[in-house]
Design a protein around this ligand. Structure first.
Ligand code: UT7
Length: 322
């Protein structure tokens, strides 16, 4: 059987950093409220002329370098994002071209904050069937461009960035199990009200902004993330205590603490980047993975569980031996 394994990771964060103290000058909020209710202290924000594909290209270069791969080695590109540069062509084709990756399947995939987990799951399947050998998988988001900067309920939460991995065919796992899901009945709790075939005329106006019923999203996120994490472990016959690391979606430190508690995991085994990145949607898990790989916490051979939850709702987990 063919397995898949991550052989390199990379990340890119925009230069501009916006702290909670900067936000205090923009909306009626305090550093104390943001820190205690969300865990966020600062976030990176794209420049006006910076796009999601710009960030993907930089993150991908670092991942390819770490994996010892050149663009010619890559035979598929999959990018999870809600904020592609253009409606079409899809963002993976832009990134493929800019990196000089020879013609291959290039898939742009939208699953809100679960985008990277969906993309990694898809890449794993292509490798298992033998249809791909070396996939560039990216989660990236320029979500601050969708924010209403006068809405304190949402503008304090989010940040921009891109995280990339190279997923390669391997004789040993690698990825042990992927579990993804969605339930569209929750549309009204978290959405962006403008799209290509609906309300496009509202783009760039006050009516175009992220809509979120925070408290309701919070409750479903905690129970769903706990379930999807337990299911991943059960399916693999692995005990919680065997896990070396949990790398969760970084939306809110309180959601992460509640999920870790449900799993019986001490916070020392959880990778936290929400304080530095905020909620970067599809980029949050691969950014946290790269941070932990490069600072030496996540080591080869360790058992790692990644999980995410987002608009839709969508959710998913990937259990792997790094
Ligand atoms: O990534 C996709 C999934 N997204 C999530 O998982 C997000 C889930 N939700 C959350 O993380 C939290 O619900 C939030 C961080 C969004 C909000 O925290 P909360 O503890 O649920 O606060 P709340 O919305 O119930 O608001 C509590 C109070 C309200 O005031 P009143 O009505 O009690 O007087 C808000 O108006 O806090 C107020 N508030 C703020 N105050 C200062 C809301 N935003 C702010 C703010 N600064 N930025």
């Amino acid at each position: 059987m063919i397995h898949s394994k991550i052989s390199g990771t990379g990340r890119y964060l925009p230069e501009r950093v916006l702290t909670n103290f900067d936000l205090e000058k923009m909306v009626e909020t305090t550093d104390e409220w943001i820190r205690t209710r969300t865990g966020v202290e600062r976030r990176h924000v794209c420049a006006d002329d910076e796009t999601t594909s710009d960030m993907c290209v930089e993150a991908a270069k670092h991942a390819m370098e770490a994996a010892g791969k050149t663009p010619a080695d890559v035979d598929m590109v999959i990018i999870g994002t809600t904020t592609p540069d253009l409606i079409f062509p899809n963002i993976a084709t832009l990134v493929q071209h800019r990196l000089g990756i020879p013609a291959c399947p290039a898939i742009g995939l939208e699953a809100a904050c679960t985008g990277f987990i969906y993309a990694l799951t898809t890449a794993d399947k292509y490798i298992q069937t033998g249809d791909a050998k070396c996939v560039l998988v990216i989660g990236a988001e320029c979500i601050t461009k969708l924010l209403d900067w006068s809405d304190r309920n949402t503008c304090v939460l989010f940040g921009d960035g891109a995280g990339a991995v190279i997923l390669e065919a391997s004789e040993e796992p690698g990825i042990i199990g992927c579990h993804i899901g969605a339930d569209g009945q929750y549309l009204d709790l978290l959405y962006y009200p403008v799209g290509a075939s609906k309300e496009l005329q509202k783009a760039g106006t006050d009516e175009a902004a992220i809509m979120m019923a925070g408290k309701e999203v919070f409750k479903v996120a905690v129970s769903t993330l706990g379930d999807v994490a337990s299911r991943a472990l059960e399916a693999a016959g692995i005990e919680q205590s065997e896990l070396d690391w949990l790398i969760p979606h970084q939306a809110n430190v309180r959601i992460i603490q509640a999920t870790a508690k449900r799993l019986g995991l001490p916070m020392e085994k959880v990778i936290l980047t929400v304080q530095d990145h905020g909620n970067t949607s599809a980029a949050s898990v691969p950014l946290a993975l790269d941070v932990a790989v490069r600072d030496g916490r996540v080591k080869p051979g360790q058992l790692v569980l990644m999980e995410a939850f987002g608009g839709g709702f969508t959710w998913g987990s990937v259990l792997m031996r790094f």
